[in-house]
Design a binder for this molecule. Structure first.
Ligand SMILES: C[S@@+](CC[C@H](N)C(=O)[O-])C[C@H]1O[C@@H](n2cnc3c(N)ncnc32)[C@H](O)[C@@H]1O
Length: 221
């Protein structure tokens, strides 16, 4: 079923963004089922969101050409924005429904954008390949070593995710621990870092967001 739909997409003639990648088969784990349902219910709402403010505020720190990875891309808002600016973007996400919405928008808006349905808990990246890695609102800790490996020397990581309060009695495993992100990328050049309060949507559970932009060091002699 999923593969038939993919072929239909690639048969529209707008194959430039499918170049060497395809959406691939649907994944059916719990994350995929949950996010497919979410994007199925409110895909238009997700598509209506603008690119992340962290990106918009720091465009001058980001490469304008080369290869970018948008990890857990969802409907691809951030990756599509950067593709239109000139980057070749690979979007990975476990949700076929989210990535289909991203691909439809890529077809309308243009830009060099490819998407693959992928479970990031099994991420493997080629060494020194990406000029930019985006990780927005997503946390699987095993990706850290792959981001480090996959970035070219001088490549930039942009990371934004929820962080546990230092006062939390039971920190969520899905939230960064205080200091964890800086520890993981401590040898990178820190271009921007802060922890800010999240939106007050969940007033009973105040949430904090950690933002990091860091550059992989160039090899030393
Ligand atoms: C909060 S959304 C963030 C989407 C996008 N980065 C953004 O900021 O708009 C989290 C995303 O993580 C994806 N995701 C969850 N578990 C995943 C996994 N194991 N592998 C790949 N993607 C996953 C979901 O499908 C969803 O698109």
């Amino acid at each position: 079923m999923a593969r038939r739909a993919d072929r239909r997409l690639s048969a529209t003639g707008a194959t430039y963004w499918l170049s060497s990648y395809e959406l691939g088969a649907e994944i059916e784990n719990q994350d995929a089922l949950r996010w497919n349902a979410r994007y199925g219910r409110d895909g238009q709402g997700w598509l209506a969101k603008p690119p992340a403010q962290l990106l918009m505020d720091h465009l001058w720190l980001l490469p304008k050409s080369g290869c970018a990875l948008d990890a857990a891309a969802g409907v691809g808002t951030n990756g599509l924005f950067l593709a239109r600016r000139g980057l070749n973007v690979l979007a990975l996400d476990v949700s076929l429904v989210g990535l289909r919405l991203a691909m439809e928008r890529a077809r309308q808006n243009g830009g060099n954008f490819a998407a693959v349905v992928y479970d990031l808990s099994r991420l493997w990246l080629p060494e020194n390949h990406f000029d930019l890695v985006l990780n927005f609102r997503f946390l699987i800790r095993s990706t850290f070593t792959q981001y480090r490996r996959g970035l070219k020397p001088g490549g930039v990581l942009v990371f934004e995710s929820f962080v546990s309060s230092p006062h939390a009695d039971h920190p969520s495993p899905y939230h960064l621990k205080p200091g964890e992100l800086l520890d993981a990328f401590g040898d990178f050049e820190i271009l921007f870092h802060r922890v800010v309060p999240g939106k007050r949507k969940y007033a009973d559970r105040p949430r904090w967001i950690e933002q990091l932009i860091a550059r992989k060091p160039k090899k030393t002699a």
